[in-house]
Design a protein around this ligand. Structure first.
Ligand code: IPT
Length: 958
């Protein structure tokens, strides 16, 4: 096994398109004999021999990532290589997995056959019946060997030795787990003489008409017949271009596909052709002439139990889930996906940036010395990878751009890949973010994590000029995409709305791709039998990047995080608004193609008691890019009143391949949820001494500290000033200097202590002044609590005044209480049902909601601040056993209620570390610091930053 060669794999056939040949296929997936060795030296010789004795071996399923089946351990690094940067060498301690399979074949395979590996991570040597077939490199790319002359009907012996690392590992430094194994299928394909070797369908669209050219490789052209029955195309001569007349073009919104049949005397191949043309016009990406906006996500392939071997139903379900959340584009970060994914993307409708299996990011730590992207020794390998991606995937209309790879620095090999791709397939744009400084060999100006103001500048063509005028002119003519933005790590991403606003208001900005779709958590079970998701460092890796691999819009189990719901709302392709009188609806159609024919409109009016009235609206047709104002039925306007909320929804009129009839795509609301306050304005009572404290209405206070002891008979501690939160991943991020979490720690917000300055009772109530400060520092906050009582309840006015030298930011301004844990039921009027922070929670709606305390929490893989509900005017906590309850009212506050403290939340590393402590921890917040995306990218925008400041707010308790 030569693991030191920088070149591509050996012995395989030339790359070609993936298609269902219509000839017999034999899946070799299933249980194989398997043995893991710690190094090549420790592995036996002769595993390829037919009579090699593997009786002592265990077994493993194929496809699989072997560490997910108890053989070795997963390891996570982001940028850093887990081995010395010493190309093309890798350490001797290099796990070797030997796989062997015995199989029989039907006679059809004896007249010529191909053996296909769809993905082997990372370097394999393959023997069939004792003969060396060759080697594979390029983990996420197929390799096919010609094997017909070697097969026999009975007892064939296939042996595959897989090395975890090789010289090619320097090309596969993607931010993900290192997970070796034969992780995609192995298939035997009958391939008799005269069979089609390759097919290239070039299907363009212009001015309502389709243009078709089909190139084939294999049999004599005279033996091949091409037809598209639905277009009445028969006997198209391969290699000729035909104007097929009027066609329905393919787009992500309307993914029209046509059966295209290629037949020969030995086979009939059915392909799905989509007619579409990708162009750049005036620095704008157009598909079929229409400007498009990518509402995209970056998609890795990961499964919490199977690693890289993602079951087909999981992948298909996640694509449907994307469509249901208004995702219209996928970047296959950072390698070509399982081939079926692209077929589903054709059918369901996604614009795809297909990315090559290439990343050399770890060279950044050695100033990019010896980067393979610029090393002639690796040139052939890079070109081979590009060719294998383009050839495999070229017939998918969903692929609109070829991406050279990710974070591979700069170098001549990249330029060569781009050039090769343009020659072979000029119909798609070439993407590579790493070339953004000059963009010399790419067709799009692509960036990652650029702040929104910079993106806007680029959108106005006001980005600083490049020194080279020719390059500058080239770049100024390019459309712009954010191939990564809105780092979805933990609580967040904050700031989606501002990016979307920028995208929608510049023709040059073609949208972006959130980083990333799925968290790469790995299932584990605690000693108590509770399942949780593990991340980097949990497997004893000496070098790792912790939970940086947990940054998805959905959990590893594909459960949507709040960020996905926000994304769905922020990118909704139709924006609606109701006028103040509820008489008209404005509909702005942001689709690229759709005139809204596939949608229906509905309205509903809710009040606290439930739905008051509802009905359908007349369907609306609006051209893409246009807007219209339509009247609402009189019934709607007539229902308008205080304390009512109108919701208008745009829904699928009929079920589609990804959504049910009635599935909501866009919505808007009008109205309000004011809540009556019975006690407000009633006569005031004075405090008196009794019940072991100071009694004011329903409350008993400690006369010395001025803190509450009980309220309505419920034991309560507080209020304490709260300026801190358990840092989110974004709070911990230091993309722009010092992390907010570090600033808060430095300010001592997490260890504030208080002293009571004064407790003054008067006929009007009770005034408590307390000062909060932090050890060793002289900055403080004076808080004045003015308590008063009217018959039914208790009012509180809070004044917060910073004292001394404050700088930086506060996590929040609020008051904290602890209460009996038996208060397990919650309901509120405000925004819900999910969480909201100043720059997140766009998905939340006005209404009346209920939950349990347990369900308020979001189980982020690494625990952190979560679950605050905002815009609340009334909160009620209830003990279902006794019926005891506490109600808090206010003009608009946010709250969090948890069975553990913020300190426990901050200390926990995994979900299983969080254990209820027997109390209910309630925070009522007047303001919160934004969330931002500083875990990788910009922090909260200035309007969402909570700088130390004076604040006043009022609450009422009953
Ligand atoms: C960027 C990578 O392209 C992506 O793979 C992922 O690692 C992401 O960061 C963070 O999760 S690269 C970074 C230097 C911006």
């Amino acid at each position: 096994m030569n693991l030191r060669s920088a070149g591509p794999g050996t012995g395989g056939i030339a790359p070609r398109a993936r298609f269902d040949s219509g000839l017999p296929e034999l899946s070799l997936d299933g249980d194989w004999r398997f043995q893991l060795w710690p190094s090549l030296d420790a592995a036996p010789g002769g595993v390829g021999a037919e009579d090699f004795d593997d009786s002592g071996w265990g077994s493993i399923p194929v496809p699989s990532s072997w560490p997910m089946h108890g053989h070795g351990q997963p390891a996570y690094t982001n940028v850093v290589y887990p081995f010395p940067v010493d190309p093309p060498f890798v350490p001797d301690a290099n796990p070797i997995g030997d796989h062997r399979l015995r199989f029989d074949v039907a006679p059809e395979f004896l007249n010529g056959a191909l053996l296909r590996f769809d993905g082997v991570d990372s370097a394999a040597t393959v023997w069939l019946n004792g003969r060396l077939l060759g080697t594979t490199r390029g983990s996420r790319l197929p390799t096919e060997f010609e094997v017909g002359n070697l097969l026999r009907e009975r007892d064939n012996v296939l042996a595959v030795r897989v090395a975890q690392f090789s010289a090619a590992s320097y090309l596969e430094d993607q931010d993900m787990w290192w997970l070796p194994g034969i992780f995609r299928s192995v298939t035997l394909l009958a391939h008799p003489a005269g069979a089609l070797r390759d097919i290239f369908v070039r299907a363009g669209y212009r001015d309502g008409r389709g243009e078709l050219r089909v190139e084939v490789d294999g049999p004599d052209a005279g033996q091949v017949r091409v037809s598209v029955p639905d277009l009445d195309v028969h006997d198209l001569v391969p290699g000729t271009t035909l104007d097929v007349g009027p066609v329905r073009p393919w787009s992500a919104e309307r993914p029209a596909l046509y059966d295209l049949i290629v037949s020969t005397p030995v086979q009939s191949v059915r392909l799905r052709a989509g007619f579409r043309t990708v162009t750049v016009d005036g620095a704008q990406i157009r598909i079929n002439g229409n400007p498009v906006l990518f509402r995209g996500v970056n998609r890795h392939e990961h499964h919490p139990d199977f690693g890289r071997a993602v079951p087909a139903q999981t992948a298909l379900a996640e694509l449907r889930l994307m469509k249901q959340h208004n995702v219209n584009a996928i970047r296959t970060s950072h390698y070509p996906p399982h081939p079926d994914v692209l077929s589903w993307a054709d059918e369901l409708g996604f614009y795809v940036i297909d990315e090559c299996d290439l990343e050399t990011h770890g060279f950044t730590f050695v100033e990019w010395r010896n980067n393979p992207s610029d090393d002639p020794a690796y040139r052939e390998a890079l070109l081979d990878r590009m060719a294998r991606m383009v050839e495999r995937d070229k017939n998918h209309p969903c692929v609109v751009m070829w991406s050279l790879g990710n974070e591979a620095g700069e170098g001549g090999n990249l330029a060569a890949m781009a050039q090769w791709s343009k020659n072979r397939d000029p119909s798609r744009l070439v993407h590579y973010e790493g070339a953004w400084r000059s963009t010399a060999y790419v067709d799009v100006y692509s960036r990652m994590y650029a702040p929104v103001d910079e993106v806007e500048t680029i959108g106005r063509f006001e980005d600083p000029a490049l020194a080279d005028p020719a390059l500058d002119e080239h770049r100024r003519g390019l459309p712009f995409v954010l191939c990564e933005y809105a780092h979805a790590m933990g609580n967040g991403p904050g700031g989606l709305s501002e990016y979307q606003h920028a995208f929608e208001n510049s023709t040059r900005l073609s949208g972006g791709f959130v980083w990333e779709w799925v968290e790469h958590g790995i299932h584990r079970t605690s000693p108590d039998g509770v399942r949780y998701d593990a991340y980097g460092g949990d497997f004893g890796e000496p070098v790792h990047d912790g939970n940086f691999v947990i940054d998805g819009l959905v959990s590893a189990d594909r459960v949507p995080r709040p960020g996905l719901l926000d994304f769905k709302k922020v990118v909704e392709p139709v924006r609606m608004a109701v006028d103040d009188d509820w008489r008209t609806l404005r509909v702005a159609n942001l689709h690229d193609v759709s005139d809204l024919a596939e949608f229906a409109l509905r309205w509903a009016v809710h009040e606290e008691a439930g739905q008051r009235c509802a009905g359908p609206l007349e369907p609306v047709r609006v051209a893409p890019g246009d807007s219209a104002v339509v009247p609402l039925p009189a019934e709607v306007g007539d229902a308008r009143a205080a304390g009512r909320v109108l919701t208008v929804s745009l829904v699928l009129a009929q079920a589609t391949a990804w959504g049910e009839e009635g599935h909501e795509v866009a919505w808007c609301q009008a109205g309000s949820v004011p809540v009556e306050d019975a006690g407000a304005g009633a006569a005031v009572t004075a405090p008196r001494t009794g019940d072991g404290g100071l009694v004011l209405g329903p409350a008993v206070f400690d006369p010395a500290t001025g803190l509450l002891r009980s309220l309505n008979g419920l034991a309560i501690d507080g209020p304490e000033l709260g300026l801190w939160r358990a840092p989110t991943d974004n709070d911990r991020g230091a993309a722009e200097g010092v992390a907010d979490a570090s600033v808060w720690e430095e300010l001592g917000l997490h260890r504030m202590v208080s002293r009571t300055v004064s407790v003054t009772a008067s006929a009007d109530g009770l005034v408590v002044v307390r000062r909060s400060g932090t050890a060793g520092r002289d900055h403080a906050v004076d808080v004045t609590y003015r308590w008063s009582s009217a018959e039914a309840g208790l009012s509180l006015a809070v004044d917060v005044v910073p004292v001394g030298p404050w700088s930086g930011s506060w996590a929040r301004i609020g008051v904290d209480f602890t209460l009996p844990a038996t208060l397990t039921e919650v309901d509120w009027a405000g925004l819900g049902p999910g969480p909201r922070y100043p720059d997140t929670g766009q998905a939340q709606r006005l209404g009346w909601f209920s939950s349990t305390v347990a369900d308020l929490s979001v189980d982020y893989t690494r625990p952190q601040e979560n679950g605050a509900r905002a815009g609340v005017s009334r909160l009620r906590l209830r003990d279902p056993g006794t019926g005891a309850q506490l109600t808090v009212r206010g003009p608009e506050f946010s709250f969090s209620a948890r069975p553990w403290s913020r300190y426990a939340l901050a200390a926990a590393r995994h979900t299983v570390d969080l254990v209820p402590d027997g109390r209910l921890h309630l925070s009522i917040d007047h303001q919160q610091h934004g969330i931002g995306t500083a875990s990788c990218g910009p922090g909260p925008l200035p309007p969402y930053r909570l700088t130390p400041r004076a604040a006043s707010f009022e609450l009422r308790f009953t």
